[in-house]
Design a binder for this molecule. Sequence first.
Ligand code: HEC
Length: 166
Amino acid sequence: MLGGRRRRALCLAALLAFGLTACDGGDDQGERDDRTERTGGEDSGAAESAADTQPSAVAGPDRALFAEGRDVFRRCAACHNATARQNKVGPHLVGLFGRAAGAVEGFRYSDAMRRADIVWDEETLRAYLRDPRGYIPGNRMAFPGIRREDDLDALIAYLRAVTTPD
Ligand code: HEC
């Protein structure tokens, strides 16, 4: 038997990997149709049966993912503000998606970060947060990296939600 948490994680992983919305609460019908067309029926069958057997665990996946991401962000919060434009040990993360690396005014970045020719998006953040020193050698963020893919998924979903200004 899979535990509820694991099953939910699988469902979320399917959601993220394939854009499947079988575990969706049902808010964005338009998007769902597009995604279903693109991904075809084969995968969605599996996700649907998971949803059928465990309705409570998959209700509101966005909220569950957000909550998990918020937990993961505790590892960052000592050094980063995600919602206010105030730097701590690290630069604030407001407006992170679409922002160039090393671009916060008034923050003293390492040369490595200032010179990195990177725009932060889901892909570049994933690579950086998985292995900060490997991705930008010489950068000064004292953080070893996040190895678990589901933690990264949740963190990135959380960051996208909270760092994007209204
Ligand atoms: C011990 C403090 C510390 C922790 C913990 C930490 N960071 Fe950082 N972070 C920094 C510093 C310092 C920099 C700037 C690095 C440089 O200039 O080389 C940075 C840079 C960044 C950048 C690049 C920002 C930009 O403006 O280009 C991102 C994104 C980031 N961190 C996200 C995170 C996330 C997400 C976590 C948690 C998983 C995290 N950091 C954990 C200190 C930290």
